[in-house]
Design a protein around this ligand. Structure first.
Ligand code: GRF
Length: 213
């Protein structure tokens, strides 16, 4: 399965997908990386790995539809079958989302449906929840919404601040994003009645209770 990764910045999730492909644990080929930000650090990860890149800056287009039209052309030219958003900081229109329905995934740094949007770690700390985490989901037109594929829970520790929490959540993002993409590419993910069904997940049961002692 040919996949494209859309980024706007650092690209650490892109790097986790590149690493998974390099160790043979991603049954997909990262065929294209698109950034809407020229010189995004993540582009360097792609270039180092020999993956074709394109910069499609939203600033070069009159409106979102034209911007997405250019992205769509690049995806179609590269015969992309699955689009992975990885820190892509532009909202997508219904028309793009519907066109790629069930072939467009995102990673979000919270346990959805809690803490949609930005500043998830600050908001989880302010809310006093015991766990936060990250979610890989299919994209629907409402922001940070759509059938959940995988989630990882991360306990919130007494001394956490937003940075320490973000770092521990990011470690889990780097585990579950490649896993989810591999499950999709190997045909183990079905969407039925708006929910994801997983065939042969092959993951250990790992209940967590926090505080644990
Ligand atoms: C990640 O925290 C991801 O969950 C969110 O944006 C951030 C992107 O980080 N959607 P990176 O560019 O992959 O390092």
């Amino acid at each position: 399965m040919k996949i494209a990764v859309l980024i706007s910045g650092r690209g650490s999730n892109l790097q986790s997908l590149i690493d998974a492909q390099a160790r043979g644990s991603l049954s997909a080929e990262i065929s294209l990386v698109i950034s809407n930000i020229p010189n995004a650090t993540g582009l360097e990860c792609a270039i180092r790995a020999g993956i074709p890149t394109k910069t499609i800056s939203h600033r070069d287009f009159l409106d979102r539809r034209d911007f997405e039209g250019a992205i769509n052309i690049a995806l179609l030219e590269a015969h992309i079958e699955l689009v992975c958003l990885a820190g892509f900081m532009r909202l997508l229109t219904d028309s793009f989302v519907n066109e790629w329905s069930d072939r467009l995934v995102n990673i979000h740094p919270s346990l959805l449906p809690s803490f949609k949007g930005l500043n998830t770690h600050e908001r989880a700390l302010d809310a006093g929840v015991r766990f936060t985490g990250c979610t890989v989901h299919f994209v629907r037109s409402e922001m940070d919404n759509g059938p959940v594929i995988l989630q990882a829970a991360v306990p919130i520790l007494p001394d956490d601040d937003a940075d320490s929490l973000a770092a521990r959540v990011l470690e889990q993002e780097h585990i579950i994003y490649p896993l989810a993409v591999d499950m999709i590419a190997s045909g183990r993910i079905l969407v039925e009645n708006g929910q994801v069904k997983i065939k042969d997940p092959g993951l250990p049961d790992a209940p967590l209770i926090n505080p644990s002692g």
